[in-house]
Structures are given as structure tokens and as C-alpha cells.
Design a protein around this ligand. Structure first.
Ligand code: AHR
Length: 332
């Protein structure tokens, strides 16, 4: 898989907090914006969201809607219910409505070139947010704003390696993957595998998709528990699947966080509450608060200003103690 956005290889990446500003390098040539002309005072954005599969996604949607209202941008919003064909339909309808800018978080990485080309031909700039596409032609979109999911997977793996440092007994890991074919599922899997590869006792004995949902996380964990008498660790690609899995673990008479150690990604309130209670052992943060930066970028691309091709969000990790301290102020 082509990972042109890895932090290590992208030159000129701008690292910003979730509320930071952006700008700088010359942009690609997807869509024309309003270069050379007067600034547009009323911007219409079409946003094709993935769905409402997780607490993270709900917080992301709220951030985008609130930020659009605050920036005075008219938002046309659609929920694709985790289906690529719905997102493609929504993008085509935004093209037909001649919106000023299209933003979307691609449910899967592949299969976007045709519709992105249609937007480019219609001179409507496109911004990728949260998830990337694997299109070789990077002129099909203006910029990609979001996390580095490979780094997130690596942080999860590094924590586990440290946790079992100096021990040689076999450690059986089960993995709950995100939506098949999505950037966070692909990247969190590869980053994690890479981090543990030098520790032969850390072994992934089962790995399956839980589609980023609590219900599927529970269902797949039940199957893992039935098929595998000895599970030491669960690595879940998001908090919602970890929370579903916790229900399955408790129903099987085991203690999550103690009998089975759990690592997940996101750091939404429910995940942080489980971490503070010792049911999850470690969480790698993935920030959903992309709205303000997205609106700032939208204004720039519509007005023909240059933007960085890749904008990374700034994120941390949490131990149970840190979760306890962070919870009172947690916004999502
Ligand atoms: O793309 C971001 C991921 O999508 C989040 O980690 C997950 O919770 C969501 O559904």
C-alpha cells in the first residue's frame, strides 16, 4: 500500500493542534477556487461523512457542523452509512448543485479516481479529511487533513512491547480491525505489526474486522473467546470495538484489563472512562475535532490561496492515571 503521507517521508508537513491555523505551500490544481477574483463571502460546502459508526464519528460530525456555523459556511451534509456508493452519490449530487468546495472522509481508500476527476472537471476543489485515498494522482484533491494512522498503530505496539519487556513467555494477541479497506484499519494494523515484529513472543493469533462498531466488536470478541482458550491481549482499532469486547469478556467471566489486557485507539469519553476504571490498559489518541481547521482550509482553497498538501493533527496517548486527570475536561 502506498503510504505517501507517512510523517517520516512527507516534506513540508505542517503539524498543528486541532484548533490551529494552516497555510503555506503552493496547492495542487484540483478545482480552480476563486484565484485572481474577489473573495467569496458566502461559501457552500458539501460534506460526505462516513456514517455514525462510533463515538469518534459523532464528535467529528458535531465539530464540522459547529465549525461551519461559526465560520458562516453553508453546510450540505450527508451520512453514507459506511457505504462507498452512498458517498460517491453524495459527491455527485454536490457537483450537480455546484457547491463551492467538497470535503469528505473516504470510507475506504480505493476507488475514488472517477468521481474526484468529475469534481476536478467541474472546477470544484476537494479536501480530504480524517481518512486518505490511495489515488496516485494527488492533483485530484487540494489537501488531506487528519491523523497519521500508521503512527497510531505503532504507538499501540510500542506500548505492548514495553509492557512485556524482559518476558519471553508467549503472549497471545487478538486484533479487532476497523472497517475493511479503510485507511485507519490498514494503517493501524501495519503500524502495530511493525512495532511488535522484533518480539517473537508477541503473537497475533486472530484478527478480524469489527467495522468500528460496538455491536460488531462484541460479536467478534465472543467468537475469539470461544475459539481461543488463552487470550492475553486485545488490540482494538477503536474504543467502540474495545467497549463491545469488554461486554463479551465480562460475559465470559473474565476481567477486562486484568485477565485480558486491552489497548485501543481514539480516547473518546466512554473509552477514557473504561481506561480510568482499569478495564482498558492504554489508549492512543485520535482527535475528531477537525472542524475549525477544515473551515479555515475551505475558505483558503475557495479563494484560490495556497495550502499545505498534508496537515497532521497533534495527538497523545493515555494511561489510566492520565485518563482520570483528563476526563473532567474531555469534550467528546
Ligand atoms: O477514521 C477515524 C476512525 O473512524 C476512528 O478511529 C473510528 O472510531 C472511526 O469510526
Amino acid at each position: 500500500m502506498l503510504k505517501r503521507w507517512s510523517a517520516a517521508v512527507v516534506g513540508g508537513v505542517l503539524l498543528l493542534g486541532a484548533l490551529g491555523a494552516c497555510g503555506g505551500e503552493k496547492s495542487g490544481d484540483a478545482g480552480s477556487g476563486a484565484s485572481g477574483g474577489a473573495k467569496k463571502d458566502k461559501i457552500v460546502m458539501g460534506f460526505a461523512q462516513v456514517g455514525a459508526e462510533s463515538g469518534w464519528r459523532t464528535a467529528n460530525t458535531k465539530s464540522i457542523q459547529d465549525a461551519a456555523a461559526a465560520a458562516g459556511i453553508e453546510l450540505k451534509f450527508s451520512d453514507a452509512q459506511q457505504k462507498q456508493e452512498n458517498q460517491i452519490k453524495a459527491i455527485r449530487s454536490y457537483i450537480a448543485q455546484k457547491v463551492d468546495v467538497i470535503a469528505f472522509s473516504p470510507v475506504v481508500e480505493s476507488g475514488w479516481d472517477t468521481v474526484l476527476k468529475e469534481a476536478k472537471d467541474a472546477k470544484i476543489p476537494v479536501i480530504l479529511t480524517d481518512r486518505a485515498v490511495d489515488s496516485k494522482d494527488t492533483t485530484l484533491y487540494k489537501t488531506f487533513l487528519g491523523s497519521d494512522f500508521v503512527v497510531e498503530g505503532k504507538k499501540a505496539g510500542d506500548w505492548l512491547v514495553k509492557e512485556y519487556q524482559g518476558k519471553t513467555d508467549p503472549v497471545n494477541i487478538v486484533e479487532l480491525q476497523g472497517t475493511t479497506g479503510s485507511a485507519p484499519a490498514n494503517d493501524r494494523k501495519s503500524g502495530f505489526a511493525d512495532a511488535i515484529k522484533a518480539s517473537p513472543n508477541l503473537k497475533i493469533i486472530a484478527s478480524q474486522t469489527g467495522d468500528f462498531t460496538r455491536a460488531k466488536g462484541k460479536e467478534v470478541m465472543e467468537a475469539f473467546l470461544k475459539a481461543n482458550p488463552k487470550i492475553d491481549v486485545l488490540y482494538a482499532h477503536n474504543d467502540d470495538m474495545a467497549l463491545g469486547a469488554i461486554e463479551a469478556i465480562e460475559a465470559a467471566g473474565k476481567k477486562p484489563g486484568t485477565d485480558i489486557k486491552i489497548i485501543s485507539v481514539d480516547a473518546v469519553k466512554d473509552g477514557m472512562t473504561a481506561l480510568a476504571a482499569g478495564k482498558i490498559n492504554h489508549i492512543v489518541e485520535c482527535s475528531p475535532l477537525l472542524g475549525p481547521q477544515l473551515m479555515d482550509l475551505a475558505k483558503k482553497v475557495v479563494n484560490g490561496e495556497s495550502v499545505q498538501p498534508r496537515i497532521l493533527t497533534e495527538e497523545t496517548e493515555f494511561t489510566p492515571e492520565q485518563a482520570k486527570a483528563a476526563l473532567p475536561d474531555r469534550k467528546y
